[in-house]
Each structure stands twice: as structure tokens, then as C-alpha cells.
Design a protein around this ligand. Structure first.
Ligand SMILES: [Zn+2]
Length: 183
């Protein structure tokens, strides 16, 4: 594909869902973006990840088409939520981008897609582990839990990591998950 890109044309750069291009580039927030930061719609972690993506765009040009929604931290894991089709972009270059991001941030990166259903969300969250079944458990108090049954334990999933993944599911989707392993 041929693109006609003007040097001053900012259309091709990683975009943040809730921060304008100018603020992402300049690092100084306009009043609109500042309000979003104050209200918690955008967090410092979001800005940190947005700027990191921007700093990597020359090295990995595929990032210039990317839309970044949100980043959620839980323990050693950083979940990065990106737009439709952007998961493949972020995982391209043989995983070099996420490795470099992980090194810079000091956490393991899990890439998740915005606007997907719970099943896809959980599959991405637990990758590379395979999910056998997902079902809903009704708790006597009227709430529900989502039971995720993973394929027999082959790769190690530490308790700490499992708790971090549960926390991310709660923060991102508002779901309480319970993890079990198939026998
Ligand atoms: Zn702004």
C-alpha cells in the first residue's frame, strides 16, 4: 500500500482513545485531557503506556495505525487494551514490541482487544493457556461468578499471577472469575 505522508501530518501515530493526539505528542495536557485525568477516565498508567507506544513508533511503524484504549496494572502484569485488529499489530515483529514494552515497564504485558465478548476477553487474558470451558455460577446472594476451566496445567500459572488476572477481569469487565483446571 502506498501512503502519501506529509512530514507534518500527524495522522499516522499511535492514538489514545481518551487523549488527543496533540497532548500525547507534547506530553502537556490540554484542559479537556486534564479533566479526564482528574476524573480517572484516563490514568497515569494510560499516559505512560501511550507515550511508550509513541516512542516506539519509528522502530515499529505498525504502531502508527494503532488505537490504544486503556492499561490496567495488577501485580506484575500490565494489561494493554487496544482497538479492533490491533492485537496482531502489537504482537507482530515476533513479539519484540511487547517484550520491549515489558522490559521498559517492568511487567509482563497481556494484550487485550477492546469491545469483544467475555469469552474472547478471557481467552486473550489467559493466553497462552487454553480455556476448555467458561460458565456462569449463580451465587446464593444473587451475584454471579464466571468459572474459567483451563486445560490441564502444563505451563506454570502461579497463584500470584492468577490473582492478578482475576483483578484485571474485575477491573476491565466487572466480572468475578474463578479458575479451575480440567482433569
Ligand atoms: Zn488534549
Amino acid at each position: 500500500m502506498i501512503r502519501f505522508v506529509d512530514e507534518d501530518d500527524d495522522r499516522y501515530m499511535p492514538k489514545m482513545a481518551n487523549i488527543c493526539d496533540f497532548c500525547l505528542k507534547s506530553g502537556i495536557l490540554c484542559s479537556k485531557c486534564q479533566t479526564k485525568l482528574k476524573s480517572g477516565k484516563v490514568t497515569d498508567v494510560d499516559l505512560k503506556v501511550g507515550r511508550l507506544l509513541l516512542s516506539l513508533e519509528n522502530k515499529y511503524p505498525t504502531l502508527q495505525d494503532m488505537r490504544f484504549h486503556k492499561a490496567i496494572e495488577a501485580n506484575d502484569i500490565l494489561a494493554v487494551i487496544v482497538g479492533r485488529g490491533d492485537v496482531a499489530r502489537l504482537l507482530s515483529y515476533g513479539g519484540k514490541i511487547v517484550r520491549e514494552m515489558g522490559e521498559k515497564i517492568g511487567k509482563t504485558i497481556h494484550v487485550l482487544e477492546h469491545g469483544v465478548d467475555n469469552r474472547k476477553f478471557l481467552e486473550d487474558l489467559f493466553a497462552p493457556l487454553n480455556i476448555v470451558t467458561i460458565n456462569t455460577i449463580w451465587i446464593p446472594d444473587g451475584t454471579t461468578e464466571t468459572r474459567v476451566i483451563l486445560k490441564k496445567r502444563r505451563r506454570k500459572l502461579t497463584l500470584i499471577k492468577m490473582e492478578a488476572l482475576k483483578e484485571i477481569a474485575k477491573k476491565v469487565r466487572g466480572i468475578t472469575i474463578r479458575v479451575e483446571f480440567a482433569r
